[in-house]
Design a protein around this ligand. Sequence first.
Ligand SMILES: CCCCC/C=C/C(=O)SCCNC(=O)CCNC(=O)[C@H](O)C(C)(C)COP(=O)(O)OP(=O)(O)OC[C@H]1O[C@@H](n2cnc3c(N)ncnc32)[C@H](O)[C@@H]1OP(=O)(O)O
Ligand code: NDP
Length: 289
Amino acid sequence: MLQDGLLRGRRILITGGGTGLGLAMADRFAALGAQLVLSGRRAEVLAAARDGLVARHGASVQTLPCDVRDAAAVEAMFDAAWQQGPLDVLVNNAAATFIAQTERLSARAADAILGPTLHGALYCTLQAGRRWLDSGRPGVVLSILSTSTRTGRAFTVPSAMAKSALLAMTRSLAVEWGPQGIRSVAIAPGPFPTAGAGQALDPTAGRAFADAAPGAGAAAAYAANPLGRVGRPPELAELAAFLVSDSAAYINGEMVAIDGGQHLRTSGAEDLLAWGPDDWARARAGRGG
Ligand SMILES: CCCCC/C=C/C(=O)SCCNC(=O)CCNC(=O)[C@H](O)C(C)(C)COP(=O)(O)OP(=O)(O)OC[C@H]1O[C@@H](n2cnc3c(N)ncnc32)[C@H](O)[C@@H]1OP(=O)(O)O
Ligand SMILES: NC(=O)C1=CN([C@@H]2O[C@H](COP(=O)(O)OP(=O)(O)OC[C@H]3O[C@@H](n4cnc5c(N)ncnc54)[C@H](OP(=O)(O)O)[C@@H]3O)[C@@H](O)[C@H]2O)C=CC1
């Protein structure tokens, strides 16, 4: 259990902060006294998240709708955030992925994943880092990555590539910006059952996996977890709160996996090797619904 008030007065921007793991982190950071800036593409999702955080914690929450694929929009977002006061922490959490046979990915499909996951996180990091360096302020960049950075992952290749590149960014900036008081850290989640991950990794909301060969899909991957369960978003939020706090002041350039040890046994995708054309057709048909 972290100390009460651990993040009091800290201003923390979370990309993708209106849903899933981003919102779970926002909730825990607010409970520990942080002021929040939430971004994402959908203004109404951010507003609902803000209302909940205010009701639960009386938190100070600024919402800044932004598509992180757009470098100019990211710069404007950081200008707007800084107008209310300097940030102390950036959490690169926004990302996109879907399962697909890699040879079937169009260039647009690859970019739909690399754009937000890789470019978006880099644009945000550059904007935060420049402002911290120019003003001589310390800062923390926490990037939410994936255990695919350790294992690779079949059928989500652009995501695995983007997350691995961000791990390289984390390690590189630890050295380049560390001397100026800017720490770079990362978390590698295993399976956490958010709505976004469900849609991305099981696009027919269970139907594809249920109909596929026995043992296929997400359910089997969850069962393969050494601890026999999936992650709970508050567990990830607790780790994130520790890593961005001064309690972790000597942790720099490090990625912590939180997956019950699953990646030591499976990347989480091997069962998809058993899928046939009909399974993939069903998965493609399940997009968006
Ligand atoms: C062990 C556990 C591992 C967990 C690892 C990581 C998990 C996560 O990251 S969970 C987070 C997931 N959350 C999200 O992905 C939320 C954001 N998602 C989205 O915005 C969409 O779902 C998106 C990824 C599809 C992107 O949407 P958008 O940019 O609007 O893209 P378009 O619909 O315009 O499509 C662009 C391009 O991509 C092709 N495409 C889309 N979906 C698929 C698919 N399922 N399979 C194959 N191709 C797909 C689409 O056809 C377009 O290409 P063209 O047809 O060539 O134009
Ligand atoms: N859940 C899991 O099992 C795992 C998750 N992760 C990582 O955890 C993080 C959170 O995922 P999770 O909470 O599960 O999924 P969500 O789908 O809930 O989170 C993705 C968030 O990113 C935002 N987003 C997507 N594209 C953009 C964009 N172009 N510009 C700005 N914001 C964008 C979305 O908001 P909006 O659509 O409104 O823009 C959404 O809030 C991601 O980095 C994911 O890769 C890693 C491994 C496993």
